[in-house]
Structures are given as C-alpha cells and as structure tokens.
Design a protein around this ligand. Structure first.
Ligand code: MG
Length: 421
C-alpha cells in the first residue's frame, strides 16, 4: 500500500498555527502583491470564495468583517512544510515530498490492518507538534491515494483506507471526473462532452477507448484507478534542495555596515535552520549586495562573494562567520545598498557529524560543541524567525532596529523571551 498525507488548506492552517484566533473564521491567504486568493479556509469556501478569485471581488466581504484576508508569508509556510515532511518520514520506510503540503509514503511491508492506527498517529502528531490538520489516505496506487484523501476531506474523516473494491467502486461512481488527479479543466470539459461525468464513468470505459482519446497519460490514470501502479515517483532518494537562499529589500537604501551585517546574520540563521531541518550540509555560502538601480549617481553595484568550506557544515555560527567575512570584503563604505542576500549551495545529506580526515583534538571538541549548541538553539527556537535565542551578530543598534518586517511577521508571537548571547 501507498499513503498520501495532505495538509488541509495548508497556507490558512499555517496562519492559524501562528494565530489561533483565526480558528473558526473565514480566512483567505492572498497571492504575491495581494492579487488573488490562493488558500481558503472551509468557512471561506462556504462563503463562496473561489480559488484564484481576485482580491477586489472580495472587498465587500472583507470590509464587512465576514472574511479575513492575509498576505502570504511564504517563509513560514516553507518552514512548516519542511517540519511536516520531517514528521511524516518517521512513519514510513520511505517518503516523497510531492508538494509543499503533500507527501507520498511507501508503506510496503506494513500490514493493512496497521494502517488506520498509523494514519491516526500521523494526524495527531502533525496537529500537536505543528498545529496543522492533515488528511491521510492509503490505497494501492497513488491515484487511488489522491481519491482517498479527497474522500476524507469531503467526509471530514482524517484517515481513509481504500482496500475494499466495493467501497472503491461506490466512491468512484459519485466522484466528479474533474477531481481525478491530473485531469485539468479543459480535459474535464472534453470528457463531459464524451458522456464521462464521474470517475466511475471513466473507469468503466474500455482501455482502448481511453487510450485512443486521452493518450498515454489517460491510460496511466485508468490503470491506476484499476489498481495498477504506473505513475513513478522516486521513492529511493530523498531530494534535497540544490540551494537555500534568503534575501530581502531594505525599507530604505542604507550605507550602515552594522545594519547590513545584522540582516545578513539573520538570513544565515534562517537558511542554516532550513538546511538542518532538511538534514543537509552545505559546502558553500554566498553573500550578495544590490544597490538601487534607480539611484544611478554612484552607478549600480551588485557585488557578491563566496566561501567554500573545507568540510561541509550546517551550523549557524560557522555559516554566519563565513557570511560576515564575505560581507566585509564586498561592502564598499559610502555605497548605499537596497538589498542583501545569503545563498547556501553544494548541499548534500548530513553525515551524522563524522570527523574530518585530518581533524585534531581541538577541532573535534569544537565540532561536537557546535553540534550540541545548534541542538539547543533549534529546541529553543521552535519556528524560523521566532527567536528565543540568537547570535549576537544578529543584533543591531540604531535607527532601523526591528522595523523591516521580520519581527512583525515572525518574531512578535514569541518575542517575550527575547534574549541573546
Ligand atoms: Mg492540501
């Protein structure tokens, strides 16, 4: 059997995890530049808000207080997504992160009778640790898993196991063809015109009929519905991101080295944490600066620099120190900068803190100490940007302080215990 864990209304659920007062309210998350709704709570769906609906059409609902619209906070969503995927890995011999809010789980070797309990445990852990509601479907193929989670969401059941053929047939006979994985709006219309309205209608057509009208992908869907695995996703390799980066535009153009250094240190904290959550180590860190294209009196400047690590690292102090060394080299006094960023690359799976080939005793002690330190920091800082402790290099004194969006979007809920060392 294969499992599929799918987070419900993921972006909205992330916002609710951070701000529980949104629970039970109609909430949408808007796309970049607040253009349209990209995630909706069930309450918002019931109000009739459509996926992708432009924000201006929702103004009346928002102004009357019936609907809450939030700007997307994608750093937060990515962070929670990585943590959810990390939880899911504990429940399956192997897993594929299929999208930001879905993962397929390879359950081979696990008896069907254990699946309802495993599913319930996944749901409980994602809820308790991350505050995210998840629906889990188990079935013989990935397409049937999709149908299982879809069914669960409609019935408000969190775990659905599809193993009984009669039950599968019953579900297929009422599920609209548009809900079939991989069937877009155009194909749905075409199938309607061919008299196919439910997935059951589709399944009951002969394979030759499907092949001649929908080609090889249609055939694959048909076979999957009939229990034959033919959509291949690589279960073996756990995919790591090639690079992890973070960059931000400053609220004003700035020539203050200490300010930029503090920003770069904060980006390092975020990217190194994302690296550790993925279970990766990086071989290279890059820092870049950008001046304002539209203030050309000094010419446009876009310096960058990199450091290759002798031994791959994932800890915040080493990455931050390297990034600040780079910054010191590329920063030109007198220049005004508008943006800075940090990129980690050359990423491979972490090798359990193994010693370097030519490491001396002092280096071993330092490495072990840093490993322990990062564990403590990660435990104390449960979410990215929600700082309980931070490196002194992230601190800045002066005019801009914390007013560029970071503390307001992430730090605030956890700011009580703000301290540093
Ligand atoms: Mg989802």
């Amino acid at each position: 059997m294969i499992g599929l864990a799918d987070c419900n209304n993921f972006f909205v659920s992330c916002e609710r995890a951070l701000n529980p007062s949104l629970e039970g309210r109609a909430v949408v998350v808007l796309s970049n530049n607040d253009g349209c709704a990209v995630a909706r709570s069930n309450e918002a769906k019931r109000l009739g808000v459509k996926m992708g609906q432009p924000a201006f059409q929702l103004r009346t609902l928002i102004e009357s207080g019936q609907l809450i619209a939030l700007s997307g906070n994608h750093l937060l969503y990515r962070e929670i997504s990585l943590r959810i995927h990390e939880i899911l890995r504990h429940f399956a011999p192997s897993a594929i992160d299929y999208s930001v809010d879905e993962a397929f789980l390879d359950m081979s070797g696990i008896p069907d009778s254990a699946l309802p309990d495993i599913g319930a445990e996944i749901v409980r852990e994602c809820r308790e640790k991350e505050g995210i509601p998840v629906t889990v479907g188990f079935a013989g193929t990935k397409t049937l898993c999709k149908i299982a989670t879809e069914t669960g969401k409609k019935r408000d059941t969190r775990v659905v196991v599809l193993s009984d053929q009669q039950e599968i047939d019953r579900i297929l006979s009422v599920m609209p063809i548009g809900d079939l994985w991989g069937i877009g709006r155009r194909l749905t219309k075409r199938l309607y015109s061919l008299g196919v309205f439910t997935i059951g209608d589709f399944a009951s057509r002969p394979l030759m009929w499907v092949r001649s009208r929908l080609g090889v992908n249609g055939e694959k869907s048909w076979r999957e519905i009939h229990g034959e695995n033919c959509i291949e996703l690589d279960f073996k390799k756990r995919k790591l991101q090639d690079s992890i980066s973070e960059s931000r535009t400053f609220p004003i153009d700035i020539d203050d080295f200490d300010y930029i250094r503090a920003r770069v240190a904060i980006y390092c904290a975020h990217v190194s944490k994302r690296l550790r959550i993925q279970g990766g180590e990086c071989g290279k860190v890059t820092v870049f600066l950008r001046s304002n294209r539209f203030h050309t009196e000094n010419g446009y400047e876009a310096p960058d620099g990199s450091i290759d690590f002798e031994k791959r690292v994932s800890d915040e102090p080493t990455i931050t120190n390297a990034a600040i060394t780079i910054l010191t080299h590329i920063f030109r006094p007198g220049a005004f900068y508008k943006r800075a960023g940090v990129i980690l690359s050359d990423i491979t799976p972490a090798r359990c803190n193994e010693p370097g080939l030519f490491e001396d005793k002092r280096q071993t002690e330092n490495r072990e100490k840093t490993g322990r330190l990062m564990k403590v920091i990660d435990t104390l800082n449960p979410r990215v940007g929600g700082h309980v402790v931070k490196l002194a290099s992230q601190l800045t004194i002066g005019h801009l302080g914390h007013n560029d969006g970071y503390s307001s979007s992430f730090g605030a809920p956890l700011a009580d215990g703000d301290s540093s060392f």
